[in-house]
Ligand binder design. Structure first.
Ligand code: URA
Length: 238
């Protein structure tokens, strides 16, 4: 049960002050009946605004094909962001819709967005070891033995306290790599290759756990059920 004015404001409909005006104006019903008390508590499932049910009152979980050129930060000083792809009402929600981990501005691929902070923590925790698969093109052929080095879990990147967790490298062409990571250090893929003298020219994330992009075009997203990632574990096996 949540206060009507707070509920509408938190779901991005309007400001709390406007929500009070909307209730007073009779635009909001609970269980089919108009209410005049904006402080009344209601079950979100029972609330209608202008006759329509509330927009995802329980939360959002989205799978986005992140295009190159957008950042995952909400800070507008960092440039255009992935949230600009979403409906405006979703961008005004509180808690904010945020990304599950980040992809760099110059990286494309599978990115989850959600307003469920508990889910963000769970899916980004190295403890859960959610495998993420990246496709990278390199400026040169990597040195021999790179797969063994990445798999060993001993690679120490500058400025990091712990070495990189074991990662699986598969070369799919002489300068094209598929790398599976279970953690997400800052610019990790680029820095792992750079530590061995290779520059990553293009980077794309093709999988997150069992999830893939399918035929989603860059900039498109689809919803996932909020319980897609069951509470007890990391990755569903479907
Ligand atoms: N590693 C990177 O270097 N960049 C990303 O966006 C993701 C992983």
């Amino acid at each position: 049960m949540r206060r009507l004015d707070q509920l509408l404001a938190n779901l991005g409909y309007c400001s709390r002050r406007e929500a009070r005006d909307w209730v007073r104006a009779g635009r909001v019903t609970v269980g089919g009946r108009a209410v005049s008390d904006f402080g009344a508590k209601a079950d979100p499932a029972e609330v209608r605004v202008d006759g329509a049910p509330l927009d995802h009152p329980d939360g959002l979980l989205l799978l986005l094909h992140k295009p190159i050129g957008l950042v995952c930060s909400h800070d507008e000083r960092e440039g255009p962001n992935v949230y600009s792809l979403l409906p405006e009402r979703w961008r005004r929600r509180n808690p904010l819709v945020t990304s599950v981990g980040r992809l760099d501005k110059d990286t494309s691929g599978l990115l989850l967005l959600t307003d469920q902070s508990e889910l963000v923590h769970r899916l980004t925790s190295p403890k859960h070891k959610v495998p993420k698969i990246y496709q990278a093109t390199l400026d040169r052929e990597p040195p021999a033995g790179l797969a063994g080095l990445f798999a060993a879990g001993t690679l120490q990147l500058d400025g990091e306290k712990a070495p990189c967790a074991p990662a699986v490298l598969r070369m799919t062409a002489p300068r094209t790599a598929e790398l599976t990571l279970t953690e997400g250090k800052y610019h990790q893929v680029r820095r792992m290759f750079a530590s061995q003298g290779c520059t990553v020219l293009t980077l794309h994330r093709s999988r997150f756990g069992e999830l893939q992009l399918g035929d989603l075009a860059p900039g498109q997203w689809h919803e996932l059920p909020l319980d897609y990632f069951s509470a007890d574990g990391a990755v569903p096996h479907r």
